[in-house]
Design a protein around this ligand. Structure first.
Ligand code: 4NP
Length: 165
C-alpha cells in the first residue's frame, strides 16, 4: 500500500535520465493540471534525474520553448534522484524502462520499489509498456509534451480516485 504524508499531501516525483527534458515537462504539465483543478494544496510535485550531468541547469532550451508555446513556464533546475528521495515521495513516476531500472537499483527496500511506476501506464489508449521517448538526441520535443499532457490527465484521475481528492 502506498504511504501518504500525514498532512494529506500526495507527493509526486517525475523521473527521467537528465532531468532537463522529459521529467521537468511532466512536472510542469501535472502542476498546471492540478492547479487548474483547484487542488494544488493537496500535492507536492517535483522532478529529478537518475544521472547527474546537468545538475543545477535549467531545462533544455527546446523543452522550455515547447512548454511556453502551450502557456507553461518551466523554471525547474536539474537535480539527481537519490535513495533518500524514496522517503520524500509517495509516487515516483518514471519516463522509460531505463529510468525504472535505475530507480529499482537505488531503492532501499520493497516499499520503495512499490512506489515506482511508468508515467504512460495512466495514459488512455497508450500501447502496453509505452515509454516517453528521449528527445535529447531525437528532437521530439513536441511529441514529449503531447504525451505528457495525455499521461498527466490519466495520472491525475488515478491519484484523485486513489486518495479521495
Ligand atoms: P531527459 O533527456 O532524460 O529527458 O532529461 C536527456 C537529457 C540529457 C541527456 C540524456 C537525456 N544526456 O545524455 O546528457
Amino acid at each position: 500500500m502506498t504511504t501518504m504524508a500525514k498532512s494529506g499531501v500526495v507527493r509526486v516525483c517525475f523521473v527521467c535520465l537528465g532531468n532537463i527534458c522529459r521529467s521537468p515537462t511532466a512536472e510542469a504539465v501535472f502542476r498546471r493540471d492540478v492547479e487548474a483543478a483547484g487542488i494544488a494544496h493537496r500535492f507536492e510535485i517535483d522532478s529529478a534525474g537518475t544521472g547527474d550531468w546537468h545538475v543545477g541547469e535549467l531545462a533544455h532550451p527546446r523543452t522550455r520553448a515547447t512548454a511556453e508555446q502551450h502557456g507553461i513556464a518551466i523554471t525547474h533546475r536539474a537535480q539527481r534522484f537519490t535513495s533518500a528521495d524514496f522517503a520524500r515521495f509517495d509516487w515516483i513516476v518514471a519516463m522509460d524502462r531505463g529510468n525504472v531500472q535505475a530507480l529499482r537499483d537505488l531503492a532501499p527496500d520493497d516499499g520503495a520499489r512499490a512506489k515506482i511506476h511508468m508515467f504512460r501506464a495512466w495514459e488512455s489508449d497508450a500501447p502496453l509498456h509505452a515509454e516517453v521517448p528521449d528527445p535529447y538526441y531525437s528532437g521530439q520535443f513536441d511529441l514529449v509534451l503531447e504525451i505528457c499532457e495525455r499521461a498527466s490527465a490519466g495520472l491525475l484521475a488515478h491519484l484523485r480516485a486513489k486518495h479521495g481528492i
